[in-house]
Design a protein around this ligand. Structure first.
Ligand SMILES: Cc1cc2nc3c(=O)[nH]c(=O)nc-3n(C[C@H](O)[C@H](O)[C@H](O)COP(=O)(O)O)c2cc1C
Length: 351
């Protein structure tokens, strides 16, 4: 079952250089994560879900999600909301910020979002969902994609009814995470629904859910006919999952793990400011250092340190060779500031 993950494909008029997509994840998919994902083989990366209401109120923190670096294209920015007009306005802001694709979230199962009529709730209101897609598609010249769950209730097949309607309304691609909203992340993603959806629509379908290895990626691509696979949790603190899915072999050395983590920390500080970054980064220590790479108590030690400088020192002490790996990595990266978006950090608050 050999499938070529290196093949490029098109989402609307955007060329995607591989069949691997990095999933949008709230609280994870910062710019540093997306740029890293591109370096490790993802052909398309996506922002976390951005509130269209927050954009329309020009909330500083929400506007910060529209910071796009030159080396993360092609990039989708995902928006969520329940009002077609407000979603259209948000999509225009996303287009102005320089994204390549606007993705609409019809999958978020979290009550705080669904109770406002957004996220997975839209699957229960097909007319509203279609009105949102139509209004966004009419407002911008970028392709519009939709990401959805199978439905709200366990066993639901709503995605198969609504999918073709969303395409008729203007969606240029559909991503399916075939779990119900009720399931959250329990059970398994049922990719037989992905195969059924592929049969029903004539736009590319992206398969999301439980893609954790090259074998699984190839199996899902071959059996569903999906155009691409999306990887989420497997890539948290583990960009090597992406390169392995793309065909590279071998596990990273401790030095490589520490170098990537330190680079990620530094980029996140630049993006979020030191204060926000230090809280944000805590969950990443376990993700990077787990998987048998470092003893457990090491992570506990890092989480308790006061400053990120101290965390860096501790990491370098555990893997001194990482300093050289980091230097090499930084030399290979496109140069820092000039790849970042032109808008001044002050409008985002920075910290
Ligand atoms: C922490 C976390 C945050 C997520 N946030 C989003 C989000 O903002 N938008 C979205 O469409 N999906 C979101 N998802 C769902 C993922 O994009 C993906 O569909 C799901 O995790 C299944 O893929 P996986 O098994 O590869 O993780 C999130 C998932 C996780 C674990």
């Amino acid at each position: 079952m050999q499938v070529d993950l290196q093949e490029s494909w098109r989402l609307g008029d955007v060329e995607i250089p591989s069949r691997l997509v990095l999933a949008p994840m709230a609280g994870v998919s910062v710019q540093a994560f997306r740029r890293q994902g591109r370096r490790f083989g993802a052909g398309l990366v996506c922002s976390e879900m951005v509130s269209c209401a927050g954009l329309s109120y020009k909330n500083e923190r929400t506007l910060g999600y529209l910071r796009i670096a030159a080396d993360e294209h092609p990039l989708a920015v995902q928006i969520f909301g329940s009002e077609p007009g407000v979603m259209a306005e948000a999509a225009r802001m996303v287009e102005d910020a320089g994204a390549d694709i606007v993705d609409i979230n019809f999958g978020c199962p979290v009550r705080k979002v669904t109770k406002t009529g957004a996220g997975a709730h839209c699957l229960e209101e097909p007319a509203r969902a279609c009105a949102i897609v139509e209004s966004v598609a009419n407002a911008i010249s970028l392709p519009v994609s939709v990401k959805m769950r199978r439905g709200l209730a366990n066993g639901s097949r709503t995605c198969l009814e609504i999918g073709p309607q969303l395409v008729d309304a203007g969606a240029a691609s559909l991503t399916l995470h075939p779990r119900s909203a009720k399931q959250m992340y329990t059970g398994e993603a049922d990719h037989s629904l992905t195969s059924e959806l592929v049969e029903l629509v004539d736009v590319p379908v992206i398969a999301s859910g439980d893609i954790t290895s090259r074998a699984k990626a190839q199996m899902v691509l071959a059996t569903t006919g999906a155009q691409a696979v999306m990887v989420g949790r497997a890539a948290q603190g583990n960009p090597w999952a992406l390169s392995q899915i793309m065909g590279e072999e071998g596990e990273p050395s401790r030095e490589e793990v520490v170098a990537e983590l330190v680079l990620f920390m530094r980029e996140t500080v630049r993006e979020l400011g030191e204060q926000r970054a230090s809280g944000f980064l805590k969950k990443f220590y376990g993700w990077y250092l787990g998987r048998g790479r470092f003893p457990r108590p090491f992570k506990q030690e890092l989480v308790q340190l006061r400053t990120l400088d101290e965390v860096e020192e501790c990491l370098f002490a555990a893997a001194p060779g990482a300093r050289f790996v980091l230097e090499r990595l930084q030399d290979e990266l496109p140069q820092g500031e000039e790849v970042l978006l032109d808008l001044p950090i002050s409008i985002y608050g920075g910290g």
